[in-house]
Design a protein around this ligand. Structure first.
Ligand code: SF4
Length: 129
């Protein structure tokens, strides 16, 4: 487990909320550092208050980057990158009109429409990547 500490004696970070501030001038922890440490210790949570979110949002930028990276590295191998491939299983000929999309049949975009791929072809394409 990674231990996260951002308590700096005698310094106070700029832009931090009072929600996580300590009254002592000798130490200070940003909301980013406190919540990162808690997340690593207890896991993610989903019952945030607006003040808590604001406190994290208002944490010093470098604290956010540092502690965000700590949480990310706790949950993921930082040397691994997940690669994804988009496969259009049906191209063009769409009956909708989303204005920006060349797949809508309502516009002449030069796109060559293709029928819906069958499941086996989709599975084969997925295995190749
Ligand atoms: S027009 Fe494009 S974005 Fe809109 S529903 Fe059709 S495919 Fe999707």
């Amino acid at each position: 487990m990674i231990l996260i500490r951002s308590i700096r004696a005698g310094r106070r970070s700029i832009g931090s909320s009072s929600l996580y501030s300590t009254s002592s001038s000798a130490s200070f922890s940003s909301a980013a550092s406190i919540e990162a440490e808690r997340t690593i210790r207890e896991g993610p949570r989903n019952e945030w208050s607006r003040d808590e979110i604001k406190s994290i949002y208002d944490s010093p930028l470098l604290d956010l980057l540092f502690h965000g990276a700590q949480v990310h590295r706790h949950a993921h191998n930082f040397r691994e990158v997940q690669q994804c491939t988009l496969l259009s299983i049906k191209t063009g000929g769409c009956s909708e009109d989303c204005s920006y999309c060349p797949q809508s049949s309502r516009y002449d975009t030069g796109l060559k429409a293709q029928r819906l791929m069958n499941k086996d072809a989709v599975m084969e394409a997925a295995k190749q990547h």
